[in-house]
Ligand binder design. Sequence first.
Ligand code: NCD
Length: 314
Amino acid sequence: MTFTHRHLLGIEHLRPEEIVTLLDLADDYVALNKGETKHSEALAGLTQINMFFENSTRTQASFELAGKRLGADVMNMAMQASSITKGETLIDTALTLNAMHPDLLVVRHPHSGAVDLLAQKVNCAVLNAGDGRHEHPTQALLDALTIRRAKGRLHRLNIAICGDIAHSRVARSNIILLGKMENRIRLIGPPTLMPSGIAEFGVEVYDDMARGLEDVDVVMMLRLQRERMDGGFIPSEREYYHRFGLDAAKLSYAKPDAIVMHPGPMNRGVEIDGTLADDINRSVIQDQVEMGVAVRMAAMDLLARNLRDLRGAA
Ligand code: NCD
């Protein structure tokens, strides 16, 4: 098998052939999910615990559904209500959970690096569901699957990632993945929302939508991550929408068959026009949600196979 990891912590650690293996398996799960009986036994007997230290709607629901469709026993820990608020450290929480013998731990945390740290302390497979502004690997994988299915390939595409790049783990994981698969990546946004040292990632940077979107195959929009900003990164939301919000007029600079993506949650009228987001001829936003479940099923299936191999060898 070409996917040999114990955890899924970031795209950084994956080789291109491992990404392809995972996406191929996810394609099978897309087919399963379209059928009458959406069930397999890949995780039968295993326990999956979801620990979300940050709010999430679609990612948590998607992981929960993915685990249930694969036959795992799935538990959601309400972290706001847990001992964390009583001052317990992340490591203490991890050790407590470890004593319950989970097999798969899905973790979202506001601090970059927290999920890696946790993975070192537990005896199960850990999946990063987003850590600070660091990585969000399953989001990049579901975006990749959406692009591959819409465009028929995942290489040599012109892909624009637009908006609040600096605060976005979605952007970071996507830049790494799409770069590994040899695409041409353009980042578009105001200079205040570009991370420092971005040139090292081998991307082109624009602060103008008309020039940046010229001839692109894929337009990926990002939310303004207000919760990670401490002050004046943009003049006003109205001004931001005027310059960087995607509407039909700005999209006309891209290729005529360019697709529109957004990881959600969307701010309609801030980074994207609501009508365009709902236009099923251009927008693949609902497909992204559908691919999310399949990609998470594939990721947990592969990790569970490795876990069983590891335990069998011990
Ligand atoms: C993203 C996240 O949480 O990083 N959302 C998601 O996972 N669907 C992007 C965001 O919050 O804007």
